[in-house]
Design a binder for this molecule. Structure first.
Ligand SMILES: NC(=O)c1ccc[n+]([C@@H]2O[C@H](COP(=O)([O-])OP(=O)(O)OC[C@H]3O[C@@H](n4cnc5c(N)ncnc54)[C@H](OP(=O)(O)O)[C@@H]3O)[C@@H](O)[C@H]2O)c1
Length: 297
Protein backbone atom coordinates (compact mmCIF):
# COMPACT_ATOMS: atom_id res chain seq x y z
CA UNK A 1 0.00 0.00 0.00
CA UNK A 2 1.22 3.49 -0.88
CA UNK A 3 2.09 5.49 2.26
CA UNK A 4 0.93 9.12 2.20
CA UNK A 5 3.55 11.16 4.03
CA UNK A 6 3.69 14.79 5.12
CA UNK A 7 7.36 15.73 5.49
CA UNK A 8 8.16 18.84 7.56
CA UNK A 9 11.70 20.26 7.24
CA UNK A 10 11.74 18.98 3.66
CA UNK A 11 14.35 21.49 2.49
CA UNK A 12 16.88 20.58 5.18
CA UNK A 13 19.95 18.36 5.13
CA UNK A 14 18.10 15.27 6.36
CA UNK A 15 14.67 16.17 4.99
CA UNK A 16 15.84 16.16 1.38
CA UNK A 17 17.32 12.67 1.65
CA UNK A 18 14.24 11.40 3.49
CA UNK A 19 12.00 12.74 0.70
CA UNK A 20 14.06 10.98 -1.94
CA UNK A 21 14.13 7.66 -0.08
CA UNK A 22 10.36 7.66 0.57
CA UNK A 23 9.63 8.58 -3.05
CA UNK A 24 11.93 5.82 -4.34
CA UNK A 25 9.98 3.46 -2.09
CA UNK A 26 6.78 4.47 -3.88
CA UNK A 27 5.47 6.78 -1.16
CA UNK A 28 3.28 9.81 -1.87
CA UNK A 29 5.38 12.53 -0.26
CA UNK A 30 4.00 16.00 0.45
CA UNK A 31 6.98 18.22 1.20
CA UNK A 32 6.73 21.23 3.50
CA UNK A 33 9.62 23.67 3.74
CA UNK A 34 9.63 26.49 6.28
CA UNK A 35 7.93 28.97 3.89
CA UNK A 36 4.97 26.58 3.50
CA UNK A 37 4.56 25.56 7.16
CA UNK A 38 5.51 27.18 10.47
CA UNK A 39 5.53 24.57 13.23
CA UNK A 40 5.30 27.24 15.96
CA UNK A 41 1.86 28.20 14.63
CA UNK A 42 -0.64 25.38 15.16
CA UNK A 43 -3.06 26.84 12.59
CA UNK A 44 -0.31 26.75 9.97
CA UNK A 45 0.36 23.11 10.83
CA UNK A 46 -3.38 22.23 10.83
CA UNK A 47 -4.06 23.93 7.51
CA UNK A 48 -1.13 22.26 5.76
CA UNK A 49 -1.66 18.77 7.16
CA UNK A 50 -5.45 18.75 6.87
CA UNK A 51 -5.13 19.43 3.15
CA UNK A 52 -2.96 16.34 2.80
CA UNK A 53 -4.56 13.91 5.28
CA UNK A 54 -1.31 11.97 5.73
CA UNK A 55 -0.92 8.42 7.08
CA UNK A 56 2.45 9.47 8.44
CA UNK A 57 3.98 12.81 9.48
CA UNK A 58 7.78 13.04 9.53
CA UNK A 59 9.34 16.14 11.09
CA UNK A 60 13.01 17.01 10.91
CA UNK A 61 12.35 20.72 11.57
CA UNK A 62 14.32 22.19 14.44
CA UNK A 63 16.17 25.19 15.81
CA UNK A 64 19.44 23.36 16.33
CA UNK A 65 22.33 25.74 16.21
CA UNK A 66 23.60 24.93 19.73
CA UNK A 67 25.12 28.35 20.42
CA UNK A 68 22.07 30.26 19.16
CA UNK A 69 19.74 28.06 21.24
CA UNK A 70 21.76 28.96 24.33
CA UNK A 71 21.40 32.69 23.76
CA UNK A 72 17.76 32.43 22.69
CA UNK A 73 16.16 29.78 24.92
CA UNK A 74 12.62 31.06 24.38
CA UNK A 75 12.90 30.67 20.61
CA UNK A 76 14.55 27.25 21.08
CA UNK A 77 11.71 26.02 23.30
CA UNK A 78 9.09 27.54 21.01
CA UNK A 79 10.43 25.67 17.96
CA UNK A 80 11.77 22.43 19.43
CA UNK A 81 9.22 22.02 22.22
CA UNK A 82 5.97 23.80 21.37
CA UNK A 83 6.44 23.46 17.62
CA UNK A 84 6.95 19.72 17.94
CA UNK A 85 3.87 19.54 20.17
CA UNK A 86 1.85 21.33 17.47
CA UNK A 87 2.90 18.68 14.96
CA UNK A 88 2.10 15.83 17.38
CA UNK A 89 -1.27 17.35 18.32
CA UNK A 90 -2.28 17.80 14.69
CA UNK A 91 -1.08 14.31 13.77
CA UNK A 92 -3.25 12.92 16.59
CA UNK A 93 -6.27 14.93 15.39
CA UNK A 94 -5.82 13.52 11.87
CA UNK A 95 -5.15 9.93 13.00
CA UNK A 96 -1.65 10.04 11.48
CA UNK A 97 1.46 8.34 12.84
CA UNK A 98 4.53 10.47 13.48
CA UNK A 99 8.32 10.31 13.29
CA UNK A 100 10.35 12.91 15.24
CA UNK A 101 14.12 13.30 14.96
CA UNK A 102 15.87 13.88 18.28
CA UNK A 103 19.48 14.04 19.37
CA UNK A 104 22.33 12.47 21.36
CA UNK A 105 22.57 15.84 23.15
CA UNK A 106 19.77 14.74 25.51
CA UNK A 107 22.57 12.98 27.44
CA UNK A 108 25.19 14.54 29.74
CA UNK A 109 28.11 12.49 28.40
CA UNK A 110 29.32 11.15 31.75
CA UNK A 111 28.95 7.51 30.70
CA UNK A 112 31.95 5.70 29.27
CA UNK A 113 29.97 3.16 27.29
CA UNK A 114 27.22 3.72 24.70
CA UNK A 115 23.94 5.20 25.84
CA UNK A 116 20.85 2.98 25.71
CA UNK A 117 17.23 4.08 25.31
CA UNK A 118 16.70 3.15 28.98
CA UNK A 119 19.38 5.57 30.23
CA UNK A 120 18.11 8.70 31.96
CA UNK A 121 18.55 11.83 29.86
CA UNK A 122 20.17 14.89 31.41
CA UNK A 123 20.91 17.54 28.81
CA UNK A 124 23.74 19.97 29.40
CA UNK A 125 22.46 22.78 27.22
CA UNK A 126 19.32 24.56 26.00
CA UNK A 127 19.31 22.74 22.67
CA UNK A 128 19.32 19.31 24.38
CA UNK A 129 16.68 20.38 26.90
CA UNK A 130 14.31 21.70 24.26
CA UNK A 131 14.73 18.64 22.00
CA UNK A 132 13.97 16.49 25.05
CA UNK A 133 10.87 18.59 25.66
CA UNK A 134 9.91 17.83 22.04
CA UNK A 135 10.37 14.10 22.71
CA UNK A 136 8.09 14.24 25.78
CA UNK A 137 5.42 16.21 23.92
CA UNK A 138 5.39 13.59 21.15
CA UNK A 139 5.36 10.65 23.55
CA UNK A 140 2.55 12.07 25.69
CA UNK A 141 0.40 13.32 22.81
CA UNK A 142 0.42 10.52 20.27
CA UNK A 143 0.96 6.80 21.05
CA UNK A 144 1.67 6.02 17.37
CA UNK A 145 5.08 7.70 17.35
CA UNK A 146 8.68 6.94 16.54
CA UNK A 147 11.22 9.15 18.32
CA UNK A 148 14.63 8.65 16.71
CA UNK A 149 17.71 9.94 18.53
CA UNK A 150 20.63 10.36 16.19
CA UNK A 151 24.13 11.83 16.30
CA UNK A 152 26.67 13.85 14.27
CA UNK A 153 24.78 13.73 10.97
CA UNK A 154 26.20 14.55 7.56
CA UNK A 155 24.64 14.43 4.12
CA UNK A 156 25.12 15.77 0.62
CA UNK A 157 22.66 18.65 1.15
CA UNK A 158 23.69 21.61 3.32
CA UNK A 159 22.55 21.82 6.93
CA UNK A 160 20.30 24.88 6.94
CA UNK A 161 20.76 25.69 10.64
CA UNK A 162 24.53 25.47 10.72
CA UNK A 163 25.36 26.69 7.24
CA UNK A 164 28.66 26.00 5.51
CA UNK A 165 30.11 22.59 4.87
CA UNK A 166 29.39 19.46 6.89
CA UNK A 167 32.31 17.97 8.85
CA UNK A 168 33.26 15.47 6.12
CA UNK A 169 33.31 18.04 3.32
CA UNK A 170 35.08 20.57 5.55
CA UNK A 171 37.87 18.14 6.46
CA UNK A 172 38.18 17.10 2.81
CA UNK A 173 38.60 20.75 1.80
CA UNK A 174 41.02 21.61 4.63
CA UNK A 175 43.05 18.48 3.93
CA UNK A 176 43.83 19.82 0.47
CA UNK A 177 44.23 23.46 1.45
CA UNK A 178 46.41 23.18 4.57
CA UNK A 179 49.67 21.60 5.60
CA UNK A 180 48.28 20.79 9.02
CA UNK A 181 44.75 20.24 10.36
CA UNK A 182 43.85 20.53 14.05
CA UNK A 183 40.89 18.55 15.39
CA UNK A 184 39.57 17.91 18.91
CA UNK A 185 40.12 14.47 20.39
CA UNK A 186 38.04 14.88 23.53
CA UNK A 187 34.49 14.50 22.23
CA UNK A 188 33.11 11.12 21.13
CA UNK A 189 30.16 10.58 18.78
CA UNK A 190 28.61 8.06 16.38
CA UNK A 191 28.84 9.67 12.92
CA UNK A 192 25.64 9.04 10.99
CA UNK A 193 24.89 9.57 7.31
CA UNK A 194 21.53 11.03 6.34
CA UNK A 195 21.16 8.21 3.79
CA UNK A 196 21.24 5.65 6.60
CA UNK A 197 18.63 7.55 8.64
CA UNK A 198 16.43 7.87 5.53
CA UNK A 199 16.65 4.08 4.99
CA UNK A 200 15.43 3.48 8.52
CA UNK A 201 12.56 5.95 8.08
CA UNK A 202 11.42 4.05 4.97
CA UNK A 203 11.39 0.85 7.04
CA UNK A 204 9.50 2.46 9.90
CA UNK A 205 6.96 3.98 7.51
CA UNK A 206 5.55 0.43 7.21
CA UNK A 207 6.02 -0.56 10.84
CA UNK A 208 3.88 -0.33 13.95
CA UNK A 209 6.74 -0.98 16.39
CA UNK A 210 6.25 2.44 17.96
CA UNK A 211 8.52 3.97 20.56
CA UNK A 212 11.82 5.61 21.35
CA UNK A 213 14.88 4.48 19.37
CA UNK A 214 18.56 5.23 19.18
CA UNK A 215 19.39 5.48 15.49
CA UNK A 216 23.01 6.24 14.67
CA UNK A 217 25.97 4.80 12.78
CA UNK A 218 27.44 1.71 14.44
CA UNK A 219 30.52 2.27 16.59
CA UNK A 220 32.08 5.51 17.76
CA UNK A 221 35.05 7.83 17.38
CA UNK A 222 36.41 11.17 18.47
CA UNK A 223 36.19 14.02 15.96
CA UNK A 224 39.95 13.58 15.51
CA UNK A 225 39.48 9.88 14.61
CA UNK A 226 36.61 10.81 12.30
CA UNK A 227 38.87 13.26 10.47
CA UNK A 228 41.68 10.67 10.29
CA UNK A 229 39.28 8.21 8.61
CA UNK A 230 38.15 10.87 6.11
CA UNK A 231 41.77 11.60 5.13
CA UNK A 232 42.60 7.89 4.85
CA UNK A 233 39.52 7.10 2.76
CA UNK A 234 40.20 9.99 0.40
CA UNK A 235 43.97 9.32 0.41
CA UNK A 236 44.75 12.85 1.61
CA UNK A 237 48.21 13.19 3.09
CA UNK A 238 48.03 15.92 5.70
CA UNK A 239 49.62 16.39 9.09
CA UNK A 240 47.12 16.12 11.95
CA UNK A 241 47.36 17.78 15.35
CA UNK A 242 45.14 17.36 18.39
CA UNK A 243 43.43 20.68 19.04
CA UNK A 244 43.47 22.12 22.54
CA UNK A 245 40.35 23.56 24.14
CA UNK A 246 41.77 27.02 23.43
CA UNK A 247 41.92 26.37 19.67
CA UNK A 248 38.12 26.17 19.28
CA UNK A 249 36.62 27.78 22.38
CA UNK A 250 32.95 26.90 22.86
CA UNK A 251 30.73 28.88 25.17
CA UNK A 252 28.05 26.20 25.44
CA UNK A 253 28.67 22.90 27.23
CA UNK A 254 28.38 19.75 25.16
CA UNK A 255 28.48 16.09 26.20
CA UNK A 256 32.01 14.66 26.15
CA UNK A 257 30.72 11.23 25.16
CA UNK A 258 27.35 10.93 23.40
CA UNK A 259 27.72 7.59 21.67
CA UNK A 260 24.38 5.86 21.09
CA UNK A 261 23.70 2.12 21.01
CA UNK A 262 20.82 1.11 18.69
CA UNK A 263 19.67 -1.45 21.25
CA UNK A 264 15.91 -1.38 20.56
CA UNK A 265 16.32 -1.45 16.78
CA UNK A 266 18.55 -4.52 17.18
CA UNK A 267 16.13 -6.26 19.54
CA UNK A 268 13.35 -5.83 16.98
CA UNK A 269 15.48 -6.79 13.96
CA UNK A 270 15.12 -3.26 12.55
CA UNK A 271 18.71 -2.03 12.77
CA UNK A 272 19.89 -1.06 9.30
CA UNK A 273 22.90 1.04 10.29
CA UNK A 274 26.33 0.02 9.09
CA UNK A 275 29.61 0.73 10.92
CA UNK A 276 30.21 4.49 10.71
CA UNK A 277 33.34 3.89 8.57
CA UNK A 278 31.20 2.13 5.91
CA UNK A 279 28.62 4.93 5.98
CA UNK A 280 31.44 7.42 5.46
CA UNK A 281 32.89 5.49 2.52
CA UNK A 282 29.45 5.21 0.89
CA UNK A 283 29.04 8.97 1.26
CA UNK A 284 32.50 9.73 -0.15
CA UNK A 285 31.93 7.32 -3.05
CA UNK A 286 28.61 9.05 -3.85
CA UNK A 287 30.47 12.36 -4.04
CA UNK A 288 33.35 10.82 -6.01
CA UNK A 289 35.77 11.68 -3.20
CA UNK A 290 36.83 8.14 -2.31
CA UNK A 291 40.37 7.33 -3.39
CA UNK A 292 40.79 4.74 -6.13
CA UNK A 293 42.54 2.42 -3.67
CA UNK A 294 39.48 2.50 -1.39
CA UNK A 295 36.82 2.26 -4.12
CA UNK A 296 34.71 -0.90 -4.11
CA UNK A 297 35.89 -3.49 -6.66
N1 LIG B 1 23.04 18.10 12.53
C1 LIG B 1 23.32 17.17 13.45
O1 LIG B 1 24.48 16.77 13.63
C2 LIG B 1 22.19 16.56 14.23
C3 LIG B 1 22.50 15.59 15.20
C4 LIG B 1 21.45 15.00 15.92
C5 LIG B 1 20.13 15.35 15.63
N2 LIG B 1 19.87 16.32 14.70
C6 LIG B 1 18.46 16.65 14.41
O2 LIG B 1 18.24 16.29 13.07
C7 LIG B 1 17.19 17.08 12.52
C8 LIG B 1 17.49 17.49 11.10
O3 LIG B 1 18.69 18.21 11.02
P1 LIG B 1 19.18 18.85 9.64
O4 LIG B 1 20.65 18.82 9.69
O5 LIG B 1 18.44 18.25 8.49
O6 LIG B 1 18.69 20.36 9.83
P2 LIG B 1 18.50 21.55 8.77
O7 LIG B 1 19.29 21.30 7.54
O8 LIG B 1 18.71 22.81 9.51
O9 LIG B 1 16.96 21.41 8.39
C9 LIG B 1 15.92 21.78 9.26
C10 LIG B 1 14.76 22.29 8.43
O10 LIG B 1 13.70 22.66 9.32
C11 LIG B 1 13.19 23.93 8.90
N3 LIG B 1 12.65 24.65 10.05
C12 LIG B 1 13.36 25.24 11.05
N4 LIG B 1 12.50 25.85 11.90
C13 LIG B 1 11.26 25.64 11.42
C14 LIG B 1 9.95 26.02 11.87
N5 LIG B 1 9.79 26.78 12.96
N6 LIG B 1 8.87 25.61 11.15
C15 LIG B 1 9.04 24.86 10.02
N7 LIG B 1 10.25 24.47 9.55
C16 LIG B 1 11.34 24.87 10.25
C17 LIG B 1 14.38 24.66 8.32
O11 LIG B 1 13.97 25.69 7.45
P3 LIG B 1 14.75 27.12 7.45
O12 LIG B 1 16.22 26.78 7.36
O13 LIG B 1 14.22 27.79 6.22
O14 LIG B 1 14.40 27.79 8.72
C18 LIG B 1 15.13 23.52 7.59
O15 LIG B 1 14.65 23.35 6.28
C19 LIG B 1 16.93 18.20 13.53
O16 LIG B 1 15.73 17.88 14.20
C20 LIG B 1 18.11 18.13 14.49
O17 LIG B 1 17.72 18.52 15.80
C21 LIG B 1 20.87 16.91 14.00
Amino acid sequence: MKVRVALIGAEGQLGRDVALALERDGGEVHKFGHPQLEICDIESVRTALTAVRPDLVVTTAAFHNVEKCETNPVRAFTVNGVGTRNVAQTSAELGARMIYISTDYVFDGWKTEPYLEADAPRPLNVYGNTKLAGEYFVRSTLPQHFVLRTSAIYGKHPCRAKGGLNFVDLMHKLGFERDEVKVVDSQFVSPTSTTDIARLIVKLSRSDAYGLYHASGEGSCSWYEFAREIFDAAAIKVKMEIATTGDFPMKTPRPRYSVLENRRLKELGLNSFSPWQDGLREYLAGRELLSAANAPA
